[in-house]
Design a protein around this ligand. Sequence first.
Ligand code: PLP
Length: 396
Amino acid sequence: MTSTTERDVTGPAFPRASSRVRGMISGRIFELLAEAARSDAVDLGLGVPGAPETSPLVIDEACAALRSGHNQYELPEGNRALRRWIADTLPGDTDPGTELTITVGATEALMAAVLAVVDPGDEVVVFEPYYENFVNAVVLAGGVPRFVRTRPDDWRFDPAELRAAFGPATKAVIVSTPNNPTGHMLDESEWAEIAALCHQWNAVVISDEIYSGFTFAKPHISVTEVPGLRDRSFLVGSLSKTHSVSGWRLGYLRASAELTAIARRVHATVCAGAPAPLQEAVAKAAAQDPGFATPADDLRSQRDRVVTLLEKIGMECRLPDGGCYLMARVPRGESSDDFAHRLVREAGVLVAPGTVFHVDPAAGADHVRVAFNRSSEFLDEVAVRLASFRTGMSGT
Ligand code: PLP
């Protein structure tokens, strides 16, 4: 028997998630991951770096940093040498003292940028298909995502739809270039459209550029290079993929001194800084070999190999401009959810159905996202598993 007092505290409504948490979209890709784990599937669904391995140089430097006293708090804004090195890799001049913050991955940089400027009820423009955290960061800040669809013919936005999404309540727009999941990269005309709208409605751009080191078709244009956006933007970066250290949780946020001062208040509160020894290790490794990043050329051959494997089973792929994902069209007559589940069951290969990147459950049913940053041994195994797989209704 529980007393009335106990029921007040522990009744059916306890524990109750906050309305912000209840408003988050749920990671449906994780359902598929669970199915993949049960069936021992190989994973082409997530962007976890598979190749090349983490540089031995930076691993040695991490061990050395742990042994040489870098085990206490770092400056909240990050290791000075690391900030200097990252600032030098960015286009234009960035003052590492006032304009750059080392964060706990791009994940924290994104959250800090959103919390820095978004008030409850503010609208934030997010492109679909999206990287899920863009939506959840806005929801956790109490903001309201305004979705603008991009479509498989070229994954560009329609300028009229973008204009319709901006208004007096717009506080920010979040972009990803090179894009996860589509592989699209924003060109000058798309950036100009975004810049004009941000000026018209006094909004900021939060630009996730974590794949900027992975480009195949055209040069990357950073938000910091777009006329009128340098002081009206947050650039979100990360070493996770480009330097194959996703478990180290090292990212960064670049913005004007004014925006940086605001975002640093959030950053200091939510994490008090990124891991000290790992920051030291990257700074030391970069001083010895600034080119220890994942070469885009390796990725290009991994991309081409995956495209060949998918085409062999009758899938149509659009070559991505950059990043480490491609979107492949599923066979006519089958939804991307059904196809992805069947691929796990029948071939033991995991891909992400396009529906997980949309709020509208009817959208994204014709594509799956495939990650191609995998070693050649891994892709040999994928080839074996796909060899007897049948696309189309005949296989169901
Ligand atoms: N932004 C995008 C577009 C991503 O795809 C990912 C990870 O896949 C992240 C951010 C998270 O990056 P980090 O590991 O630096 O937190």
